[in-house]
Design a protein around this ligand. Sequence first.
Ligand code: SF4
Ligand code: SF4
Length: 143
Amino acid sequence: MFWKEKTLTEMSDDEWESLCDGCGRCCVWKFEDADSGEILYTDIRCRLFNDATCSCTDYLHRSTLVPDCMEIRKLEDKQFSWLPKTCAYRLLHEGKPLFNWHPLISGDQESVHKAGISLQKKTVCGEHLGEEDIVHHIVDPDV
Ligand code: SF4
Ligand code: SF4
């Protein structure tokens, strides 16, 4: 249970990667409210997000292909609030335990989908959406 014994910065690359539960909740279009600074999530998927598998189709090159893809390892403390409240990185950063559906706890990679947490088959493509449509796609990332 390395996640209980190490801080995020102490984790190896493999440990760090295994913390991602594969929910895909960070792989949608997001906007920062200019007044409140709040991060607004939509259900519009990133162009690299595969809605069926709930995964990135080019994880290795994601930062180059999608410049605003969040590099979580480089986030500053105050930026962890940009992540969904269920995100393992945010939970550990806030000193909270992982949920029972997290694959590291359940031992089942599918448990994040079975628990209804992931965005598998819940996103839409933004390619043909107009600016005026986007407001209708704002969602609560933690529901
Ligand atoms: S929200 Fe967190 S746990 Fe879920 S896919 Fe993104 S980085 Fe991984
Ligand atoms: S580039 Fe990949 S990891 Fe980054 S937001 Fe898009 S689908 Fe998610």
